[in-house]
Design a protein around this ligand. Structure first.
Ligand SMILES: Nc1nc2c(ncn2[C@@H]2O[C@H](COP(=O)(O)OP(=O)(O)O)[C@@H](O)[C@H]2O)c(=O)[nH]1
Ligand SMILES: [Mg+2]
Length: 676
């Protein structure tokens, strides 16, 4: 790679559904621009994009990777992003730092429809993007159907930048809609210009007119020309394309076959001509920031297999040099990345994407600068965890190492979370789905030598009582050696309304239980309630100490604690203990066409539908509110995705406890060894 001398630059993310060919496209972009001399393939596990071991193992991109190349005196930094919804956080974080995105999709209607959340993200942040319809060498491609599906999921109008030339169901070339020149693709060589294929004239004209009309919606001058039947000059069309793409007003569409490098050069040309310069993006993102200090944002954090930390950053302003102190942390070095390879550089200027090493304490999404107080740029939303596994180290001694290793995983990936559950004592790893968690566990094993076993998390059931019992007697009397132990209590136990927890009172008169022993009674009651007769913590009960007796020598707080426990042991089983389960309030987001199915899914899982309505901020999408037992949540996201082409998602909060239906409670208790 040559040193930069007045070079321009472009930072471009490659996004789109899993398997659409993003990693293959990156490989082709790097090959066509000459930075790699041989193309790797996803199947052979030797692409630049999937160089992480976790990606290679699965032939699936599971983390973003960056690669730079020079083309026409411009430095391109491409960021290959994962396509699977389970890794969407990676993609969202990376998108915050680019000037444009290439949305790669296959010419298949169902696959295109899965783009809706991505398009929404791009449009919410006004990130300029174009579409590359890949795999045009597949049998049975339906260009019109694909365009139609794209239109259905994009809130911005699409403009066909190319008209594909298809012969015998194969993409053989294209007509550039700006210049109206036709080109033919060749394997292993750039496309040739060919005479305009006359048989396509009419269709191409119609498509071009549509493109011009779409552009004219944002340019009155162009509109006038169209109305007066004046052929607009090419420069004007290009200028409009650039302006309208840059402002995320339109979405240009290209076609190609990444595996054969078809359509890759025209894509590069378009990025060069039409994608916004980094300065333009910076102006948009830094609106309102007056400081001129060096400023960057972390797009991704890597803990490399060698153990070093790398923070991939977009430099928004100023110049970063080796050893610069950002947010109080000194950068250990500056690198340009090529997949997992690092090339040391002395400096990085505004508009570049580079990696900084050893930025301890700095997390993905953070804004870093030399300025105090800190400047904070907005970052992509953090996805909420929807899938959980309980984990235990294979080796018992590893427990101590676990929390620091998990903390590093979370720095790399903010869509993971973990907790040590207060009731069940399990360590629970939360994330976006099964593969997401498996990848996290792979990293624990590979990078931190922490092999883990997993199991389904227990449901944190509780229990309560249904019926009051009064004057339950508990007497603790113990004679051992010298002086003995004596405590004697009568308790009233009664149920409280749901959610009231626990309260303790006493109505002792005449000092039958001396003041100093009463706290012991409460402790005994509480200790008993931590583990009720069904095996779970007991909640929503009120206990009143009503009577008792004591012994001047043998009584102690400890003895009264024991007496209280004994009273509870007798009383609670008489009070009709019942099982309670946690109920979540969930809000499911789905395309309206799947709402009916999702309602069924919820009802089938004992959900109670609270209502549903169209989303104001997302046409064609519904929000469904429901109560869902936590016991039914384990695979909920998996089924929700399979019903909704993968795009349905949900938000949840713990809401309340509710009695478990009797039949089910029997099952739970049986499988729990009746809690004992
Ligand atoms: N037929 C065909 N297959 C392709 C093309 N591009 C990629 N593939 C294949 O599609 C699969 C997924 O490609 P990959 O680049 O990993 O997709 P990603 O998940 O979007 O990164 C791989 O088996 C590729 O070889 C293409 O243009 N035509
Ligand atoms: Mg990939």
């Amino acid at each position: 790679m040559s040193e930069r001398v007045n070079m321009g630059s472009r930072n471009v993310a490659i996004v789109g559904p899993y398997l659409s060919g993003k990693t293959t496209l990156l490989e082709s972009l790097l090959f066509v621009t000459g930075v790699i001399s041989r193309k790797g393939s996803v199947k052979d596990g030797n692409t630049v994009g999937d160089s992480a071991a976790e990606s290679r193992d699965r032939q699936m991109t599971v983390e973003v990777s960056a690669a730079c190349t020079d083309y026409n005196n411009t430095r391109f930094t491409f960021i290959d992003c994962p396509g699977s919804v389970e890794f969407a956080q990676e993609t969202y974080n990376a998108l915050m730092g680019v000037d444009a995105a290439i949305v790669v999709c296959e010419p298949i209607r169902e696959r295109v429809l899965t783009l809706a959340p991505l398009f929404k993200f791009l449009d919410d942040w006004e990130i300029p993007h174009l579409v590359f319809v890949n795999k045009m060498d597949r049998a049975n491609i339906h260009v019109l159907e694909t365009l139609h599906a794209l239109k259905a999921v994009s809130s911005r109008p699409l403009v066909a930048h190319q008209y594909p030339i298809i012969q015998a169901e194969q993409l053989t070339g294209f007509i550039d809609m700006v210049s109206e020149q036709a080109y033919q693709y060749h394997s292993g060589a750039p496309a040739d210009q060919i005479p305009f294929p006359e048989h396509l004239k009419e269709e191409e004209h119609t498509a071009r007119a549509e493109m011009l009309e779409a552009l004219a919606n944002f340019d009155d001058h162009l509109l006038e020309e169209l109305l007066e039947d004046i052929e607009p000059p090419q420069e004007e069309i290009l200028k409009d394309l650039k302006m309208e793409l840059g402002a995320d007003l339109v979405v240009p569409v290209f076609f190609g076959v990444a595996e054969q490098d078809y359509g890759v050069r025209p894509l590069l040309e378009a990025l060069l001509r039409e994608a916004p310069e980094p300065e333009t993006t910076a102006e948009r993102r830094l609106k309102g920031i007056t400081s001129k200090a060096p400023l960057a944002q972390v797009l991704k954090t890597y803990y490399t297999p060698q153990g070093g930390k790398l923070s991939l950053v977009r430099v928004w302003q100023g110049k970063l040099t080796d050893g610069i102190v950002l947010n109080g942390v000194r950068a250990g070095g500056l690198y340009r990345l090529m997949g997992q390879q690092q090339q040391s550089v002395n400096e990085a200027v505004a508009g570049e994407i580079v990696a900084l090493s050893r930025m301890e304490g700095i997390k993905t999404g953070d804004t870093i600068s030399t300025e105090q107080p800190k400047i904070v740029l907005s970052k992509a939303l953090e996805l909420e965890p929807v899938y959980a596994l309980a984990i235990t180290p294979e080796k018992r001694n590893d427990e101590v190492k676990l929390s620091s290793a998990i903390a590093k995983l979370l720095e790399e990936d903010p869509s993971l979370a973990w907790e040590q559950h207060g009731d069940t004592h399990e360590v629970i790893l939360w994330g976006q789905g099964e593969i997401h968690l498996q990848v996290a566990l792979d990293r624990l094993r590979r990078k931190y030598n922490l092999p883990m076993t997993t199991h389904l998390p227990q449901v944190p059931y509780k229990e309560t009582i249904r019926k009051p019992v009064t004057s339950v007697h508990g007497r603790y009397k113990h004679q051992s050696g010298g002086h003995g132990q004596f405590g004697d209590v009568f308790l009233d136990i009664k149920p409280l309304p749901r959610g009231e927890g626990f309260n303790f009172k006493e109505t002792i008169v005449g000092g039958v239980v001396p003041r100093q022993y009463i706290p012991g009674v409460e402790i005994g009651v509480r200790e008993f309630l931590a583990h009720g007769p069904l095996g779970f913590p007991v909640v929503d009960v009120a206990v009143t100490l009503t009577n008792g007796s004591y012994h001047t020598v043998d009584s102690s707080e400890q003895a009264f604690k024991q007496a209280a426990r004994l009273a509870m042991q007798t009383g609670i089983p008489q009070a009709q203990p019942t099982l309670l389960e946690p109920i979540l309030r969930v809000q499911v987001t789905t395309p309206s066409e799947f709402t009916a199915k999702v309602l069924q899914l919820l009802s089938g899982r004992r959900g109670q539908i609270l209502g549903y309505e169209g989303r104001h901020d997302w046409q064609g999408w519904d929000n469904i509110s429901a109560y869902l037992p936590q016991a039914e949540m384990q695979n909920f996201i998996v089924e929700l995705r399979s019903l909704t082409l993968g795009v349905g998602s949900f938000h949840w909060d713990y809401d309340h406890l509710q009695e478990v239906p009797e039949k089910l409670a029997e099952k739970v208790l049986a499988s729990n060894g009746n809690g004992k």
